[in-house]
Design a protein around this ligand. Structure first.
Ligand code: SOE
Length: 382
């Protein structure tokens, strides 16, 4: 594998790949030879390439991990597919809906793996919830709700390229983390969001930001920097309608003190409810109407046989974010080893089709808000 864009998430891609045990890390490309060399040294990441094109030209690289900022996703992923490489891209798939469509079209029929890291799918209890709903354990789903709340952008001196529409895309919080929630809600329920009504807000409209390229969770700068006007949302509430008739709502925010990486998903069915929280990932809440509620802990022997492989440690040994991330990367390489045939894709693995679908959802939310907060259908032209 070769990696382009050695930022915050790059180390976790390398870690996940190394845990597979049979994939060589060939090298890293950055924005310059110097940055690539520095990260290659720090991460023991093999060769350093001055440019992603050099990495793509290297015949030793079969799989490209694209961990660049959103505005670079399209060009690099497209060039990688055209060079015959499998691609594992960070989310969102691209900065705009149009670019996401281009990537989706290029990946379709290319006989190459095309993966988007909606990594929250990789948790064993997320897969358990999906299996239970698919088997009818909670009856017909009627309400799907939750949130994805963070606080790392609370302070006016916190800044990230994600807030700049030229680099992060038209939406900020929705594209960065709302995208994860929507993907999870559709994946777990097996239902599709068909209409949205969104209210977006910018709680911090001016930031005194020293560094345009600051990484996520970089913290608050000590000294004020350049004053920047912020136009993209840091808070969003969205009502949802699903194709199976279920209703839903989600709140997404990155300026909410005390919430670190608080992703919660609850699905209420006619015969029971399921609730999962990213910060307590080893527990699945199971709600009942006429008997006591229960909590299923992540014990492989208690999981549905179809999802047991996602729990790698025996009961009592907690698994968390890095393990779930590894599960997604592991599925990606399993697909690659099977020749990346469409019918050989692991069920839980998110692809460019899911990435494109997700961009459609975020786009519909932006349009709903721009129209004054009215229902907008999610039209899927495919
Ligand atoms: C920052 O909000 C961030 O790193 C996201 O970009 C990731 O996708 C999410 O997993 C954690 O938070």
């Amino acid at each position: 594998m070769g990696l382009v864009g050695p930022g915050f998430i790059a180390a976790h891609h390398l870690d996940a790949v190394r845990r597979l045990g049979d994939v060589d890390v060939v090298g890293i490309a950055g924005s310059s030879l110097e940055s690539a060399k520095k990260r290659a040294r720090e991460l023991n990441g093999g060769r350093a390439y001055a440019d992603y094109r050099e990495l793509l030209a290297d015949p030793a690289v079969h799989v490209v991990h694209n961990t660049t900022p959103n505005h670079l996703h399209r060009d690099i992923s497209l060039a990688a597919l055209r060079a015959g490489k499998h691609v594992i891209s960070d989310k969102p798939l691209a900065a705009t809906l149009q670019e996401a469509r281009e990537l989706h079209d290029a990946a379709r029929g290319a006989n190459l793996a095309h993966v988007v890291t909606f990594n929250y799918r990789g948790y064993p209890l997320v897969q358990q919830a999906r299996a239970m709903i698919a088997k009818g354990r909670i009856g017909r789903s009627v309400f799907v709700h939750g949130c994805y709340l963070q606080d790392w952008l609370t302070d006016e001196r916190a800044y990230t390229w994600r807030l700049d529409p030229k680099l992060g895309g038209a939406s900020s919080a929705l594209g960065d983390i709302g995208s994860h929630w929507c993907d999870l809600a559709e994946h777990v329920t097996g239902a599709r969001i068909v209409a949205v009504l969104a209210d977006l807000h910018t709680v911090v409209p001016v930031r005194e930001a020293p560094e345009a390229s600051a990484k996520a969770f970089a913290g608050t700068a000590k000294r004020p920097g350049k004053r920047r006007k912020i136009t993209s949302e840091d808070l969003a509430s969205v009502l949802l309608r699903f194709d199976n008739g279920a209703r839903g709502c989600v709140t997404v925010g990155q300026v909410l003190p005390g919430h670190k990486n608080d992703l919660r998903l609850e699905v209420n069915g006619r015969e029971g409810s399921l609730g999962w929280r990213q910060e307590q990932p080893n527990e699945l809440w199971i709600g009942h109407h006429a008997k006591a509620n229960t909590v299923l802990t992540r014990d492989p022997s208690l999981l549905d046989p179809s999802v047991r492989a996602y729990a790698r440690l025996p009961a009592g040994h907690p698994e968390a974010w890095a393990d779930a991330f590894r599960n997604v990367i592991s599925d990606a390489y399993a697909w690659i080893r099977r020749g990346a045939r469409p019918n050989a894709k692991p069920v839980a693995l998110p692809t460019f089709a899911d990435g494109y679908r997700n961009s459609l959802l975020v786009d519909a939310m932006l349009r709903s808000h721009a129209a004054g907060g009215v229902w907008r259908p999610v039209e899927d032209p495919l």
